[in-house]
Design a protein around this ligand. Structure first.
Ligand code: GSH
Length: 208
């Protein structure tokens, strides 16, 4: 059976911002019905996630023969190929690398936000490093400034918009930083993008 007609299992919680990227992509590509969400516990050594992805990170996509595909960016590209589409990122050329670079910038916001959340979650009160938190805040601030200066087209769902919307959604949910008041264009962008792309609201954890 080729990947073009098989079903997939997505190891991810409904709240994972990187998992949300994949769930939005699957919906936009018309593949949602073929992707079953199987929550993973990244802290549980017995969870099969660590065999599927030795890094123990989610999302991780499982093919019917057990093949594992990660990380979220690779999964999005894989699903796009399964769908026979180039809707989310161009297959080649300068536009591809421009989009992949901006998508990495958006993912970097989520990565830094997660590290801030983990710093608070995994360290005992009073032992958290303010220097480390500041280091991550700086990454978020610079990446957000770049997007504020040039927000993407809110009427276009591509790999950049998907990653950015999931990053901002995660900031809104976990609040490692306040971003709305000092990023009016990005705030407007997220409102307009959510209106344009229903998969954004449909993949909110409370809606799934
Ligand atoms: N670059 C990865 C990042 C994935 C990631 O950091 N996932 C988080 C959850 S949203 C995770 O698995 N954290 C647990 C850990 O790092 O052990 C991707 O794009 O999929």
């Amino acid at each position: 059976m080729s990947a073009n007609d098989q079903s997939f299992v997505l190891r991810s919680t409904a709240t994972s911002p990187f998992g949300r990227k994949v769930r939005i992509a699957a919906e936009v590509l018309g593949l949602s019905a073929r992707v079953t969400l199987a929550p993973a516990d990244t802290l549980d050594a017995k969870d099969t996630l660590r065999q599927q992805n030795p890094l123990g990170k989610m999302p991780c996509l499982l093919l019917e023969d057990g093949t594992a595909i990660y990380d979220s960016g690779v999964i999005v590209e894989f699903l796009q190929e399964v769908a026979g589409s180039e809707a989310l990122v161009a297959a080649s050329g300068p536009a591809r690398y421009a989009a992949l670079t901006l998508a990495t910038l958006a993912d970097g916001i989520t990565d830094a936000a997660l590290l801030m959340v983990y710093e608070k979650r995994f360290r005992d009160p009073g032992t958290q490093s303010e220097r480390w938190l500041d280091h991550q805040r700086g990454k978020i601030a610079r990446a957000m400034a770049a997007f504020e200066a040039a927000p993407p087209d809110p009427a276009r769902t591509d790999i950049v918009a998907i990653g950015l919307s999931c990053a901002l959604g995660y900031l809104d949910w976990r609040r490692p930083v306040q971003w709305r008041d000092n990023h009016p264009r990005l705030t407007a962008w997220l409102t307009a993008f959510a209106r344009h792309e229903p998969a954004f609201e449909r993949t909110r954890a409370s809606n799934s």
